[in-house]
Design a protein around this ligand. Sequence first.
Ligand code: PMV
Length: 307
Amino acid sequence: MKISVCAPGKLMLLGEHAVVYGYPCIVTAVSSKIKVELENTLSSKIQIDAPQVKDVSFVEESIRIFKEKFKFKEDGLLIKTYSEFSSQYGFGSSSAVTVATLYGLSRLFNLNLTKKQIFDLGLKVTLNIQKVGSGFDIAAATFGKTLYFIRGGKKIEKLNIDELPLVVGYSGIKASTPKIVQQIKKRLKKEKKAIFKIFDSIGKIVEEGKKSLLEKNYQRLGKLMNENHTLLKKLGVSTKKLDQMCEASISAGAYGAKLSGAGGGDCMIALVPLSKKETVEKAIENVGGKILKVRNNVSGVGYEKNI
Ligand code: PMV
């Protein structure tokens, strides 16, 4: 039997870093997907064919965790991964490949796990490998759409909204999320009060942001994104390039803009009136950003044709 499943990447809308310390965040699933094909073979081995080397360890750990939990006896298995996006962008290729592998295994072995079970296993896989992380990326890959999320899946609430008018710009620099998360942890030791003050403010922005999203109040949401970006700057995780891309978007008519994810590079997002989309895209390109055309608020993991 051969099956083909896919899981989406993600973009953080509001709340990065604070979410690692128990505050909520809002994440949206994006249309750049990872596809995983799983096939029974006659050999007695598991073969993994993953062009992105980093993915191999996530596939291997997913299989290990799955085997440990369900004690399945594998005959031969061939697992192939395909990515629609470069792991450079910070769209969460590792979490998408993890979720797709777990989902695929559960279907191949007729276990039909719930999405919450897939999420819990996926979180275990990423924490075993990366040691740090809130699990927001695993949630986006599993459940899809736009989620209000609290660390570890303590709360995963699907927000009933339409696709957002977002422009996504890549800064050209690959960031290391675990490294930046560690940097914040170090700073916390010395400046606990100041950092938690920033996290408190980010937490409030996320709550307000959730309301604005549900009310479709993009003007307000844009302002909150700007405030969130200012706080991320204070945390020291933005870069000159990301700041320039955000400033250029706002000057070109965006409602608001911010870096998305750990910072140090990767992507920024701008919320735009549709009439200003192209102007904002050009403005980002003019300061050296690369526009990534992705849809947001897309479905979570599923059979390839269903996502
Ligand atoms: O760099 P990204 O897109 O994987 O985002 C990291 C977000 C953090 O809040 C910094 C870490 C986390 O796991 O929530």
